[in-house]
Design a protein around this ligand. Structure first.
Ligand code: MLT
Length: 277
């Protein structure tokens, strides 16, 4: 992992491969390792940047106040600062998963000129309903006392398909370890940030870059029908359903996700090379 200073603190990130830049934004309460299979697959043809968001993985929390929370906009600003710090000025392929997707909406809304194409996996465009928001605030309030292990217990069953618990126990255990290693203060800050995130449904029709929308067929956090509606609302988009997968598509079905990403990214290059008539 490399580290760079940004105005809000420091970000640890992987920077691998060479070529057109691809930025991978992880979900909650995870870190860049949820992209391990994609980093390996894409780094042959692209420059892959996979940060740990502030407070997650190897990145320190900086000045984040867990009582106040960290907004999706602040995370997006951190990521632009990261790109600036490592000298990436050309538009990127922006890839967000779940909370990373909430951040990606803010990134493209605030910095559209920095985005060449968008990939959204297993995420939502609507804001939380009252019940979900209350659940987040309850966790934010109690997590210091509960500990991160209880968060892993609460979230675990919702992250993977039932089949993954039988066939891929190693993956489930790896994600559990990442959640357990995330500090309660970071969990509280991010939950408060997600609870106050805006509904971005209204901006979907103004996204003009090519977009790929990916969802696991058994995702209970960002259900397929909801993601299909996102794809329908974005003018230049494609929609891919990953079979036999819950929310964690990148880990549960890495080959299928990698193939979809590779095909999408190389098609951007092909289109670029096609002479206009
Ligand atoms: C995630 O995977 O990032 C979270 O499940 C998102 C959420 O809690 O809404």
């Amino acid at each position: 992992m490399q580290r760079v200073r940004i105005p809000a603190g420091e970000l640890a990130h992987l920077d691998r491969g060479a070529g057109a830049p691809v930025l991978l934004i992880h979900g909650f309460p995870l870190d860049h390792t949820m992209w391990d299979a994609q980093i390996d697959a894409l780094a042959n043809t692209a420059r892959v940047i996979a940060p740990d968001l502030r407070g997650f993985g190897e990145s320190p929390r900086g000045d984040v106040d867990s009582n106040q929370g960290i907004s999706m906009e602040q995370f997006a600003d951190d990521l632009v600062a990261l790109l600036d710090a490592i000298g990436i000025t050309e538009p990127i392929v922006l890839v967000g998963m779940s909370m990373g997707g909430y951040i990606a909406w803010q990134f493209i809304g605030r910095y559209p000129e920095r985005v060449r194409a968008l990939v959204q996996l297993d995420t939502r465009a609507i804001a939380d309903d009252e019940e979900t928001r209350a659940g987040r605030l309850k966790m934010a309030h109690n997590v210091a006392e509960w500990g991160s292990g209880r968060v892993a217990e609460m979230m675990g069953p919702r992250l993977f398909s039932p089949r993954a618990f039988e066939t891929k126990p190693g993956l489930v255990a790896a994600v559990r370890r990442v959640v357990e290693a995330t500090s309660p203060a970071t969990i509280a800050a991010a939950q408060r940030g997600m609870a106050s995130r805006p509904d971005v449904t209204g901006m979907l029709s103004s996204i003009s870059v090519r977009t790929l929308v990916i969802v696991g067929d058994q995702d209970v956090i960002s259900p397929p029908a909801e993601m299909e509606a996102i794809a329908q609302a974005i003018p230049n988009s494609e929609f891919v359903v990953i079979p036999n997968s819950g929310h964690m598509t990148t880990m549960e079905q890495p080959e299928i996700v990698n193939e979809a990403l590779r095909e999408f990214i190389t098609s951007l290059d092909r289109r670029h090379l096609t002479p206009s008539t």
